[in-house]
Ligand binder design. Sequence first.
Ligand code: SDX
Length: 427
Amino acid sequence: MANTAELTVDGKSYSFPTLEGTEHEKAFDISNLRDQTGYVTLDRGYKNTGATKSAITFLDGEQGILQYRGYAIEDLAAKASFLEVAYLLIYGELPTKDQYSQFETSIRRHTLVNEDMRKIFDGFPVKAHPMGVLASLVSAMSAFYSDLEGAEGDKTDLHIIRLLAKLPTIATWSYKRSQGHPINYPKNSLDYIPNFLNMMFSLPVEDYKIDPVVVEALNVLLILHADHEQNCSTSTVRLVGSSQANIYSSISAGISALWGPLHGGANQEVIEMLEDIKADGGDVAKYVDMAKNAKTTGFRLFGFGHRVYKNFDPRAKIIKKAADDVLSKLGINDPVLEIAKGLEEAALHDDYFVSRKLYPNVDFYSGIIYRALGIPTNMFTVMFAIGRLPGWIAQWKEMREQKEPIGRPRQIYTGPTLREFVSLENR
Ligand code: SDX
């Protein structure tokens, strides 16, 4: 029997259907709430509000569970390649050998970017933050690849290939120019991650040797960042796409949302915070106290806390272990890693954090690995965007296939009530 939720307001009773997902999450369906009751709901930050039904990613914040299309993140991080996971998220199944070969070959053959896009790129100041450049150039792709405008169905797959193929190429441009180095072109002879590394770090004056330890570490990091259900940037992609805006504009909006320090920008903030703590003598207790008195100090422990995870972020667990592995394999001793571990230890034994269920999140340790791989701090959130791209694409595609209505939230107006206009000379 279908359940209902009973609501009594203004002396009248109303029934609303409830629904349950495949992982037993429950919801009241309030699609007719305002028509029936005249009321809307208010839920700042959408902490309790589901925007959609989705079959892509499941996470359980209490248990610390994360699954992409039913596969445990731990399995995928240990056994899959990033492009296999991208295919899984976007098309719903792990690819067969033939499907993977076709997908991977198409991506390999679309890594080159229209040379005229370099003119837009050259207009940016050298110090421009790579996230601002990335968001602008991805939006510009809608001008260079407009031949597919409005062409749905199989044409969408070409949009998808172009985004997955070209984002790493564009992402490396900012870094190369910031170093005063010539931009590198992609090579069809290289796999996805080695191609990115070569574009990032190779120089015309000497051969660049791809380190398999670095490739494997990046593969794990990109998989762990690939999707995360209805987070801020994904919800942005879906909302923009719900107006029938093209996929490039929708993804560009997602990149801008991810840039914020409360979201994907936190990985850069974490390293800068850890560096500050190190420069200040490494006294983690002092910074834990500052975080507890945030209202007076204004200090927040970046990389801690999460809207959904009220237990350990499963990605943080994997990244923390990977940080130890990668740094030891690369023979790097980074004192900032020890400071991070000390901060985690202090916070997880402090009632302020325990009572608020504030645990390390995906951003807490990721920057330590990026840094060990030679990736500069201001490129950390770009790495997050490269990882999250398949998830954004999958969610955009699902939103379109589900024919979701245009997103348009309601509000409660608290401004002035109707008043007479007073002309300027009388004011
Ligand atoms: C990501 O949604 C996703 O899935 C995002 C993400 C993804 O994969 O897409 O997982 C990626 O964005 C991870 C989060 C990265 N952001 C940070 O690390 C920034 C620091 N963390 C926070 O600002 C905060 O925890 C959020 C933004 C992540 C979550 O914020 P909420 O859910 O709105 O919680 P809140 O700000 O209301 O905090 C609840 C309480 C408050 O204290 P009280 O008002 O109850 O006294 O916890 C405190 C906050 O002050 N708090 C912190 C804290 N985070 C929350 N106190 C100190 N340090 C922190 N980091």
